[in-house]
Design a protein around this ligand. Sequence first.
Ligand code: R5P
Length: 304
Amino acid sequence: MKIISLSNSLGIGVKLANILGIDHIEAYVKIFPDGEIYVRVPVDVKDDVILIQSTYPDQNRTLMELFLGIDAVKRLGGKVVATVIPYLAYSRQDREFLRGEAISSYVILSIIKSLGVKYLVTIDAHSPKLKEYFGEGFINVIPAKLFANYLTQYESIKAGDKNVTVIAPDKGAELRASLLSSELNVDYVVIKKYRDRYTGKIRHEFPEGISVNGKVAVIVDDIISTGGTVANIASFLKDNGAGRVIVVASHGLFVGNAISKLRNSGVDKVVITKTVGINLKSDDLIEVVDPSELIADSLRKIIP
Ligand code: R5P
């Protein structure tokens, strides 16, 4: 067994190799002047391989590199038994919302599967549909424990504290919220979301009998892209008397002015896992936690 890192492995490949006691190889990747990608595995590999690549930024280049990496291993006589993709791009289009749309997540997963990969390990997949598309070998690692540890260690949140509520911004985030609330032994709430058919404006409402007045609210979501979803919920919670608002999100893409949007909405802290290759300027709003140990735990269950 060997671990091979592609160009956007974020150092996770090296960490996994150390944790699991497996040899690590860095693939050679270059881009031709016309933009095409070249991948070479510089060591003879004849047995099972775990291939690491995150897919942001940029989604298209990193995915193509991944496909070529799987082929390169195969041509040496090895086999990519598992690929670790901390952030799986194109996941949000997981169904046809409008007739005639392509389902990008289905396409990406079908390609990886057809190249002979048995297991795909990812952090916090956007929807259960992805497992349907890839099959049994799809391993979705939800970092609830990681966030709970961070919150109790660094944000003085105590397990079982009735003054803390975990918030799911919508129905899609309910599983994440319920897992985090179990780890922290506190309640969770799914916020109701209504969109005005004419103006497109979004309005939020608490389920009946729920209040966050004076409480610590922990919003949980999978992705912060433009920051709009989380910023809207944070403002809503602050307007309704929430004391501290902390956001935990698995993937922080922070597109455009996302960070200032979050700051202006009243968010006190944003905790993300290191799943994408962006360089965050040192900023006291954002904390990054390392998912390598969690990924290693999942790999231990599937590798011989
Ligand atoms: C939506 O379904 C996702 O779970 C996220 O809430 C969404 O992608 C976040 O995007 P943005 O930060 O642009 O609002």
